[in-house]
Design a protein around this ligand. Sequence first.
Ligand SMILES: [Zn+2]
Length: 193
Amino acid sequence: MPPPPETGTFLYNEPTIRFDRLPSVMTADLKYLLHYPPAVLDKVRALIDEDRLEAWLAARYADRHAIQTDAALYDYVNQIRQRHLKNAPPLSRVAYDSRQHPVHGTLGTNTRVARVQGSRLKTKHEIRVATLFRDTAPAFLRMIAVHELAHLKEREHTKAFYQLCQYMEPDYHQLEFDLRLYLTWQDIRSSPD
Ligand SMILES: [Zn+2]
């Protein structure tokens, strides 16, 4: 998977997609999945065409988590940090953010803000998670939490970055794929036709 062009964000609509490698499906409908091999996308298209995607997702991701407030989200993300990334910098803020949305190309961001405190320059780390994750399966919240936490140590989407994600969540790659399927289904469900 090629690294997205921006750092610290979870980006879609990768501009370096090679159109000659796209499968023979209407790719606009699969915009969250363009990184994946054509054979995989053909299977996704089959799930959609046969009206099985909803049931596929429901069988795996019907449950919902209880992390509804920013305070609860902070505790949740910070617990993962303390468990797996003890030497990562502390988080000053973790919040749901309605400005993070796949339509805008982001599901979460990780910012570091340098502030002068007395005679010292202090860096504050903040994580923002798209509000849509408030109403998803626990596994998807965990996936985005792990993704943004990994950015505390690796800014780019490098091999080391994904290894860190997998260290925190062994199923990371599957969850990221399934989340993209979920977003695809949300788009299909909300489209007028
Ligand atoms: Zn990222």
